[in-house]
Ligand binder design. Structure first.
Ligand SMILES: Cc1ncc(COP(=O)(O)O)c(C=O)c1O
Length: 390
């Protein structure tokens, strides 16, 4: 039986998941015996902090953690998320109705569309942007409506331009600051404008704040929920992945407007039975534990950022010094397409980067490097890039 012929029509619109392709090419190079410096996937190389591991060990030894949990998460975890939001952003949340733990924020970002998007509905998606906004839209039968982001406007959307379009079919808008891949950050005033835009057009704003804790020079990125009316028109996705160096554990959260959170919960109740309780209890330890540990992570990423960004700029790859995220977003010299450039870098230099066009057409001409290897390897990567840039 030809199963491919039986696949749902929507699958035909689903692009290859970008990171799977990057990993596939890297694995091929490793199999050829190449010494590869992997700046592809955004997965920090630092271990999860000890006190989080200790909480997980204790939870693992407690039989109460071995059973089905609920898609709603442990009450203790919801309370910990609410307290963390109050301490970090001054945002007050009801742990029972405005907080929904997720199996990583990607899970919630994907599923939100099933709750709000019907066939033919449109979703505003940043170009370039994190691929799950697009994948989730398509899998729900919706139509992505990409809004361009460009360097000359600080990689922020032109809300006035979007507003001049016919927005009647638009249900949701995704935004993401600090941004992957562009590394741009947004001000509280920008979030006020986005919330007002959402209110004017009855468009649900979904803000992805996965990188809010990976900031530099002491400038802390805000939460969308601090904006006026945000709790009426939006939700925010957050994650313990990058915040507490827990990418593999799969734990995140959706917070914000009550009935939106409830609708996402309805979808989840049909798909999952919650996060492994051991991971939830590790999450509580992360959220309620010593936050000053994060300072060490930021300092190390900042040193890497300075070394790598300076190195690229010296080679003529224009790269802004990011205020947040552990990426560098760099302009390719000359007209070479980003996929070809990334391929050449891998084949000739053994350095994995992600082609900008993989994040959307407006990413063409750029590449993204994740600063997830130590300074020695980053210096080596710069040297290798120099050699293939003559
Ligand atoms: C912008 C952005 N949002 C969300 C995620 C998903 O993170 P997680 O599912 O680990 O919480 C990522 C992961 O790379 C990301 O870059």
């Amino acid at each position: 039986m030809d199963t491919s012929a039986r696949k749902a029509k929507r699958m035909a619109h689903l692009p290859l998941y970008l990171m799977d392709e990057v990993v596939r090419l890297k694995n091929q190079a490793v199999a050829r015996g190449m010494d590869v410096i992997d700046l592809g996937v955004g997965d920090p190389d630092f271990p999860t902090p000890q006190h989080i591991l200790a909480a997980a060990h204790a939870a693992l030894d407690d039989g109460a953690s071995h059973h089905y949990s609920s898609f709603r998460g442990l009450a203790e975890l919801r309370r910990a998320f609410a307290a963390w939001y109050r301490n970090r952003f001054g945002v007050l949340l009801d742990p029972d109705t405005e907080v929904l733990p997720l199996i990583g924020s990607k899970e919630g970002i994907g599923h939100i569309h099933l709750a709000f998007v019907d066939t033919g509905d449109e979703v505003l998606i940043p170009d370039p942007g994190y691929p799950t906004y697009q994948g989730g839209t398509i899998l729900a039968g919706g139509t992505p409506r990409y809004y361009p982001l460009r360097a000359d406007t600080g990689w922020l959307p032109d809300l006035g331009g979007i507003e001049r379009q016919d927005l009647r079919r638009v249900k949701l808008m995704h935004i993401n600051y600090p941004s992957n891949p562009t590394t741009a950050t947004a001000s509280p005033e920008f979030f006020d404008q986005v919330a007002a835009f959402g209110m004017r057009h009855n468009i649900m704003i979904c803000h992805d704040n996965a990188y809010s804790e990976v900031y530099f020079d002491g400038v802390r990125p805000p939460s969308f929920l601090q904006a006026k009316d945000a709790m009426q028109i939006g939700i925010e996705f957050h994650s313990l992945s990058k915040t507490f160096l827990m990418t593999g554990w799969r734990i995140g959260v959706a917070v914000g407007r009550r009935d939106t959170i409830a609708a996402l919960g309805e979808v989840k109740s049909n798909y999952d039975t919650g996060i492994f309780p051991v991971v939830q209890r590790a999450g509580v330890a992360a959220l309620t534990g010593d936050q000053s540990l994060l300072e060490g992570m930021r300092r190390r990423f900042q040193r890497r950022r300075d070394l790598f960004v300076d190195g690229l700029n010296r080679l003529g790859y224009a790269t802004e010094r990011p205020n947040a995220t552990f990426y560098a977003w760099s302009r390719i010299r000359g007209p070479e397409p980003s996929a070809q450039f990334a391929r050449r870098l891998l084949d000739q230099a053994g350095v994995v980067v992600t082609p900008g066009a993989g994040f959307g057409p407006c990413g063409e001409g750029y590449f993204r490097a994740a600063l997830t290897v130590d300074e020695g390897r980053l210096a080596e990567a710069i040297e290798r890039i120099r050699r293939v840039s003559q």
